[in-house]
Design a protein around this ligand. Structure first.
Ligand SMILES: NC(=O)C1=CN([C@@H]2O[C@H](COP(=O)(O)OP(=O)(O)OC[C@H]3O[C@@H](n4cnc5c(N)ncnc54)[C@H](OP(=O)(O)O)[C@@H]3O)[C@@H](O)[C@H]2O)C=CC1
Ligand SMILES: CC(=O)N[C@@H](CCC(=O)OP(=O)(O)O)C(=O)O
Length: 352
């Protein structure tokens, strides 16, 4: 334990969009002390060099990634790195007794064959990967509580799965009819320079990408299959939308019982998420906006039934960097530590 019984925490990838959210939230967390920030090109700079407006709150420098330093100073480490890096250091961190929360895709898959097929990397850390728990608390809370290693979900899977879970778990839809139409702000692509994310490219425009091949497809299907109890394929199409933060996933699926109406589903969703402080089911006829979730760890879910087509339509809005990334990882940490699931996490959105 660090100062006054606080848990000492490190963040690797602190300069990135996810990393800075972690720093911002954790420096205010009542049971945590920030003990280490790591990075690559930013190593040697102070955090204040990168984010001057946080200078009065964070007095740490970014250090090169050195596992023994992390293990000496930290009890818990968040890895907010590009895919394929966490798996190189996690086995040693786990061996040294740290709790690891990985925000990349490295520990999200039950089966490393799937990871290899979609991410192209052969892995040698099978035993460690087998210990990982998928960090979606609303579905795997008990397993998260007992785990040392969390594979935190992607932002699109978080929004999509929270919309689909009650329908799949209760057998209310024909799983294979599920279509996910999702839109993300540009911060979902990270902080490094990419032409498509330039304001001049993304502004005044809306387009799909990764159609029928986005790497979140196997992640969403893995959890849908787990919920349905058999292998499920879904259609997922992401879109880049000219805003910075937020995801709206609109999910369509055919109801098994065409007699179900909107208020039936609202009752079912409210019951399913009754012990989930970070999911809010909208009232009848209210559809969520990304603005409501931006800056908050909440996921807002709106529900409709089209009696004509027999489909359920579920809309899910999150902040990709909070419930879709840093906030959800901290929610997992709270559960692993036996703390209140809401500790240190924001409810209020930035707007209006
Ligand atoms: N952005 C989002 O909405 C979401 C992102 N994620 C996932 O979270 C992870 C981080 O994403 P995001 O914050 O957006 O990415 P960024 O590109 O903004 O940040 C990446 C970070 O990784 C660090 N880094 C890169 N290479 C190395 C290396 N070899 N050694 C040490 N540090 C390195 C960078 O440090 P430096 O600047 O020092 O080089 C930087 O801090 C990714 O796996 C992403 O897929 C998950 C959910 C949502
Ligand atoms: C807008 C945008 O580019 N979004 C990212 C999703 C980021 C994320 O959540 O995904 P991972 O953690 O799996 O990388 C993308 O589509 O690749």
């Amino acid at each position: 334990m660090g100062d006054m019984g606080r848990v000492s925490v490190g963040i690797v990838g602190a300069s990135g969009y996810g990393g800075v959210q972690l720093v911002r939230l954790l420096q205010d967390h009542p049971k945590v002390e920030l003990a280490y920030l790591g990075g690559e090109s930013s190593a040697g700079k102070t955090f204040a060099d990168l984010y001057p407006h946080l200078a009065h709150q964070v007095d740490l420098a970014i250090e090169p990634v050195e596992v023994s330093t992390i293990a000496t100073r930290c009890q818990v480490v968040f890895l907010s790195l590009p895919n394929g890096l966490a798996c190189q250091i996690t086995p040693t961190l786990i061996e040294k007794g740290l709790m690891v929360l990985d925000l990349s895709a490295d520990y999200r898959f039950f089966d490393l064959e799937t990871y290899k097929n979609w991410y192209g990397t052969e892995r040698s850390d099978r035993q460690i990967a087998a210990k990982a728990v998928y960090g979606l608390p609303e579905l795997y809370r008990d397993r998260i509580a007992d785990s040392q290693l969390i594979g935190c979900p992607g932002c699109y899977p978080t929004a999509s799965l929270l919309a689909l879970a009650p329908l799949l778990k209760q057998g209310l839809i024909v799983p294979e009819t599920a279509i996910i139409d999702a839109k993300s702000g540009t911060s979902g692509g990270g902080r490094q320079a990419k032409t498509g994310l330039l304001l001049a490219e993304a502004d005044n425009s809306l387009a799909a990408y990764g159609v029928a091949r986005h790497r979140h497809i196997p992640e969403i299907e893995q959890i849908c299959s787990d919920l349905a109890g058999h292998e499920v394929m879904v259609q997922f199409t992401p879109h880049l939308i000219p805003m910075v933060r937020g995801i709206l996933a609109t999910v369509y699926a055919t109801l098994r019982d065409p007699g179900l109406v909107r208020d039936d589903l609202i009752t079912i969703f409210k019951a399913f998420y009754r012990n989930c402080p970070w999911v809010t089911i909208c009232d009848s006829g209210v559809y969520p906006q990304t603005k409501w979730a931006c800056g908050s760890n909440l996921c807002y879910i709106g529900i409709e039934v089209d009696q004509r087509t027999g489909r359920a339509i579920v809309m899910s809005a999150i902040d990709n960097l909070i419930k879709g990334q840093a906030g959800q990882a901290i929610q997992c940490l709270n559960i692993m530590m036996g703390w209140e699931e809401t500790l240190g996490l924001p409810r209020l959105a930035f707007y209006p």
